[in-house]
Design a protein around this ligand. Structure first.
Ligand code: ARG
Length: 279
């Protein structure tokens, strides 16, 4: 049921390993594995080669379509929350504190294009307090200087947009176990209720207050390794993009009866705002 083939650093299968611990480990190693993959695999797709299925089941985004998207150098996604703060997943970072090791890339769908590309180093990482791999999967990354050439993405502050069809985007694997992508990919996925989500094999530990699921029962479209930390978003009543989720985890990618699980942004909106104001 659990695919662990892309993970080299899982805890040994000793007595007492719970599904929850295994999932946590999977989430952790996914981000680290993605970072390693990112170095080797951000190569152009050769013209003769068939285009891989994107974000798993989507298409390439056009330049400027989702201008708030950020690629982080550890192999995760993110969204610009303020000009100088990126919202990402807690499992993409190692803890809170001064941190100058992360590079954020914004302004481009093609990570190798220098036209419009802005690259800024981190100065500080704020990981959600109490994060232990079970819900609370959000973090903020303070940048050395503001990125003023692209807009920010507003976050949902109420539950009203936690329904409908969501857009997902990222530079992660285009198929389960596949390479990181050079070009930003996008897709749409429908909301899945907590009750339905929890009923699937591997999802009984879903933290309903902290997590929101999305995907098709038949699978085929999903976020995947390396998309973590990126936003799941939709249009609000004024037709503006609004972030409702943060890519967190799933059992494999795009499998049937195995939705993507996203941090429920509305739950954390005030904590995110106060933390951001303190950075
Ligand atoms: N944890 C993964 C990462 O670090 C994201 C997994 C999303 N999986 C899914 N099936 N939606 O990139």
């Amino acid at each position: 049921m659990l695919s662990i083939d892309m993970c080299a650093s899982l805890p040994p299968p000793t007595e007492g390993i719970t599904l929850k611990k295994l999932l946590t480990a999977l989430k952790r190693c996914a981000a680290v594995g993605a970072a390693a993959l990112a170095i080797a695999s951000l190569q152009p797709v050769s013209a003769a080669q068939a285009a891989p299925t994107p974000v798993v089941g989507g298409t390439t985004a056009t330049q400027g379509e989702f201008p708030f998207m950020v690629r982080l150098s550890m192999g995760c996604g993110g969204a610009l929350y303020t000009p100088q703060i990126v919202l990402t997943a807690a499992h993409c970072v190692s803890g809170s504190g001064a941190n100058t090791s992360i590079t954020a890339t914004a302004g481009v769908v093609d990570l190798q294009s220098t036209t419009g590309r802005v690259q800024v180093k981190s100065t500080y990482v704020y990981r959600a307090p109490g994060y232990n791999g079970n819900g609370k999967d959000w973090a903020l990354i303070k940048l050395a200087s503001p990125i003023t050439t692209v807009p920010t993405l507003k976050i949902a502050t109420t539950t009203q947009y936690n329904t409908g069809t969501f857009t997902i985007a990222g530079w992660g694997s285009a198929s389960e176990g596949g390479a990181q992508q050079r070009y930003l990919r996008k897709a749409t996925v429908p909301f899945v209720s907590d009750a339905t989500c929890r009923s699937y094999s591997g999802y009984s530990g879903l933290v309903a207050s902290d997590e929101i699921c999305a995907g098709y029962t038949a699978g085929g479209v999903d976020t995947c390794q390396g998309d973590s930390g990126g936003p799941m978003f939709r249009r609000d009543s004024a037709n503006a993009w609004i972030q409702v989720g943060i890519v967190s985890w799933g059992i494999g990618c795009a499998r049937a009866n195995a939705p993507g699980v996203y941090s429920e942004v509305s739950t954390f909106a005030s904590a995110i705002a106060s933390a951001a104001a303190s950075l």
